[in-house]
Design a binder for this molecule. Structure first.
Ligand SMILES: Nc1nc2c(ncn2[C@@H]2O[C@H](COP(=O)(O)OP(=O)(O)OP(=O)(O)O)[C@@H](O)[C@H]2O)c(=O)[nH]1
Length: 313
């Protein structure tokens, strides 16, 4: 393509990139930083992400659709196996794989497992993304970059690029987008301008409730919580300038004993979960809501194929 000055204008590129990495490597936070909005939920507990969520990055020179996947791990339950399947299916379909490796933690078996797997996907360019660089000094970063280089050598492939980033400070997040874009084919935008995700609103709402519910819970409980939005309906008989959306949400746990923990003494914990989630949901939807939260037991749902289906897995 030529512009009036006769110079060749850069072509618009579009495509899919997915971030892989062991749990807690910073994938969701990085995607949010790239998209510039809260699309994926994040938490300091591993295995927070359960769906391949897409965030969309709009640039003048192209569009990146970021696919977020659950952390790959050795499965212990049926849910674990399904999560791993989601990851592998995603990898086979994207234009670029970004492997996230935290700068502040030594490369371990979890990283090797992933490196070994992506090595098999020969034709897809792989970018090493060294995350959380704000947590380390230059010396440590240099060491980690070298170790990341060796990791690829060990598994017989080359990184297309190696990029150190900090999602927290934003350092080199733009550069990462630019480099990924460089590996995409030329093509028109895949999503309309302004769209940040193609996830249905109900799913995003459910994820915001789950994020609030995860705060401060321990041990096996985080993995036992599943959230389903039953209904979102505008309240009738409201003045036009004061709309209210009724949002009915069920929060499932696996055992009766977990129900009490989620609800808290006298319902205090559930109330604060509701208050936190409501603030985020109102921001997401741009309208005041009434959040109706119920806690239910779906006994051992992580090991039950039928229940997994009903909970949207
Ligand atoms: N200091 C710092 N912390 C970060 C950065 N990126 C992520 N974190 C923190 O690391 C933790 C894990 O981040 P997530 O984005 O949830 O990690 P993830 O890889 O998506 O995790 P899973 O969903 O479990 O696979 C959170 O506590 C984040 O706040 C960063 O650039 N700097």
């Amino acid at each position: 393509m030529s512009d009036e000055s006769g110079e060749t204008a850069a072509q618009f590129r579009s495509g899919f990139v997915c971030f892989v990495g062991r749990p807690n490597a910073g994938k969701s936070t990085l995607m949010n930083a790239m998209v510039g909005d809260k699309v994926a939920i994040t938490s300091s507990r591993p295995q927070t992400t359960r769906h391949a969520i897409r965030g969309i990055v709009h640039r003048d020179d192209g569009q990146l659709v970021v696919v977020d996947t659950p952390g790959l791990h050795r499965p212990r339950t049926l849910l674990g196996q399904r999560l791993n399947d989601v990851v592998r299916t995603t990898w086979a379909e994207v234009d670029v794989i970004g492997m996230c490796i935290p700068a502040d933690e030594d490369i371990g078996p979890g990283d090797r497992l992933i490196a070994g797997e992506i090595a098999e996907i020969a034709r897809t360019p792989k970018i090493a993304v060294v995350t959380k660089t704000d947590l380390v000094d230059d010396g440590r970063l240099a060491q980690q970059l070298a170790a990341v280089g060796e990791l690829a050598t060990e598994y017989g492939f080359d990184w297309a690029d190696v990029v150190p980033v900090s999602a927290t400070t934003g350092a080199r997040v733009d550069l990462l987008a630019e480099l990924a874009l460089g590996h995409f084919p030329e093509g028109p935008p895949l999503y309309p301008e302004g769209d940040l995700t193609d996830e249905p609103e109900e799913k995003l709402v459910a994820e915001l409730v789950r994020e609030a519910a995860l705060e401060g819970v321990r041990d096996e409980l985080p993995h036992s919580i599943a959230v389903v939005v039953e209904e979102m309906i505008p309240r009738e008989d409201r003045p036009e300038d004061q709309p209210l959306l009724d949002v009915h949400v069920n929060l499932f746990v696996e055992r009766e004993s977990q129900k009490g923990i989620v609800i808290g003494r006298g319902g205090t914990r559930l109330r604060s979960v509701g208050a936190q989630a409501r603030t985020h949901i109102e921001r997401l939807l741009g309208t005041p809501i009434y959040l109706d939260l119920h806690v239910k037991v779906a006994k051992d749902w992580q090991r039950d194929a039928k229940k997994l289906g009903r909970l949207g897995f």
